[in-house]
Design a protein around this ligand. Structure first.
Ligand SMILES: Cc1cc2nc3c(=O)[nH]c(=O)nc-3n(C[C@H](O)[C@H](O)[C@H](O)COP(=O)(O)OP(=O)(O)OC[C@H]3O[C@@H](n4cnc5c(N)ncnc54)[C@H](O)[C@@H]3O)c2cc1C
Ligand code: SF4
Ligand code: SF4
Length: 391
């Protein structure tokens, strides 16, 4: 028997975020209102889409005797079984797939690994079909009343249920109800905003930072939750955007809006466990105004010896617009020694599109200081020291 390997997306785990479709260099990924799917004929197996996928739904390579068509994949509610390989000849087509899959496992093959010193994460313990129940321990608006952005700090308690997570991971919340086709809603991902030992140390709880999106199903559900409400949770998700545990690691964190969530977790982890670490924490945080910046008050109270905070506001009356990339350029003198340092890690989190401005700022800083950003960034990526999570 001859079998072929086919790259497929797991419809149960996929959150329909479009990241893979944007990442694929050969337009092999497409979607309809039901599913994200991969064209067997177009996919080269380059794995460019694998690392950016926040849930891991993309990383399925099943064996089949007749590749599934796009129409078949559009109709799936779950992945089919992979053909058992016993005694079969496996034909890797397109031809590049074998080479590229091998390359991907021997080198990183486009996949950005986790920082070397990060702890081993648990992922996908709970799913939409088999979620865990958590209880809302608190829900508080953290942007000023009247500010345009309505951002909430939500604490979930898992009681006696195990929910191990690391700083940088996300969880999936399952909005109750069904979509217009009568199917359960897809899960919505939210970054964990507290360190692994709990929002309150020693408690089995975690915090989220959620922005209300006009007309959004998940964000409105979460922002309206009341104390003691029960929520269904999937995850944890993500195995790469993790905090280095090495206290000598310099961590450059760049964010906008709710992109601050994982960095609150990183900072709290350092503050509680290694406040005198020699590694630097530098935060570049962009917002329209201070009143729209989540955690503005607590952030300003953090000691300067713990974290170097740089805020960029784009809508202050009578002030020029400032974005995170402007602050990066302003702080070039302090970034120059950090960038080539083997223990420096860069994280970007927040609005889609913010990577480009940061990239240009780093390229300028490097060019003016005798470094080549393209090769430096490639090294950082290969060593799990450059991570981007935008949505
Ligand atoms: C890895 C990751 C981490 C994330 N972390 C966070 C986080 O920490 N905090 C956070 O706030 N968010 C985070 N997000 C984003 C979050 O998952 C949701 O995407 C966000 O809350 C919006 O979801 P929603 O259900 O409210 O909106 P949706 O219901 O998904 O709608 C999104 C938008 O589409 C519009 N829309 C929906 N249906 C239609 C339609 N039929 N026709 C026209 N327009 C429509 C809505 O009005 C809305 O503007 C993260 C995402 C990822 C991928
Ligand atoms: S493996 Fe490469 S070609 Fe295939 S879907 Fe992913 S990005 Fe596209
Ligand atoms: S969850 Fe992964 S597979 Fe699904 S759309 Fe997002 S990137 Fe693609």
């Amino acid at each position: 028997m001859e079998l072929r390997r086919q790259h497929l997306i797991d419809p149960v785990v996929c959150i329909r975020c479009n990241t893979c479709q944007e990442a694929c260099p050969v337009d092999a990924i497409t979607h309809d209102s039901n599913n994200y799917v991969v064209s067997y004929e177009k996919c080269t197996g380059c794995r460019t889409c694998v690392s950016p996928c926040p849930t891991g739904a993309i990383d399925n390579w099943l064996l089949t005797d007749a590749p599934w068509t796009l129409d078949e994949q559009f109709g799936w509610e779950e992945l089919p079984e992979s053909h058992p390989a016993l005694g079969a000849t496996i034909i890797e087509t397109p031809a590049e797939v074998t080479t590229l899959l091998d390359a991907a496992t021997t080198a990183t093959g486009g996949r950005v690994p986790a920082p070397a010193s990060a702890a081993q994460p648990y992922t996908n313990i709970y799913s939409r079909e088999a979620p865990v129940t958590a209880r809302v321990a608190g829900n508080m608006r953290i942007t000023a009343e009247g500010a345009e952005s309505d951002i909430h700090h939500v604490v979930l308690d898992f009681g006696a249920n195990a929910f191990p997570f690391l700083e940088g991971q996300s969880i999936g919340l399952i909005p109750p109800g069904t979509d217009d086709k009568g199917r359960p809603y897809n899960i919505r991902l939210y970054s964990v905003a507290s360190p692994r030992e709990g929002e309150r140390s020693g408690y089995n709880n975690l915090a989220l930072t959620v922005k209300r999106v006009s007309g959004g199903i998940g964000s409105n559900y979460v922002c309206d939750l009341k104390k003691d409400d029960e929520v269904q949770v999937a995850g944890p998700f993500g195995d790469a955007f993790l905090m280095p545990d090495d206290p000598e690691a310099n961590i450059v964190m760049i964010c906008t809006g709710t992109g601050a969530a994982p960095f609150r977790a990183f900072t709290e982890r350092r503050r509680r466990n290694a406040a005198d670490a020699s590694g630097k924490l530098m935060l570049f945080f962009g917002s329209r105004t201070p009143s729209e910046l989540p955690y503005f008050g607590p952030l300003m109270k953090l000691p300067k010896s713990l974290i170097d905070v740089n805020l960029a506001f784009s809508r202050l009356p009578d002030k020029p617009k400032q974005y995170v990339q402007d602050k990066l350029r302003e702080r070039a003198a302090d970034l120059v020694p950090l960038l080539p340092h083997g223990k420096t890690h860069i994280y970007i989190c927040g609005l889609k599109g913010m990577e480009q401005g940061c990239d240009e700022a780093f390229a300028d800083i490097c060019r003016l200081n005798g470094m080549d950003w393209a090769s430096l960034r490639a090294t950082l990526r290969a060593e799990g020291r450059y991570h981007v999570e935008t949505y």
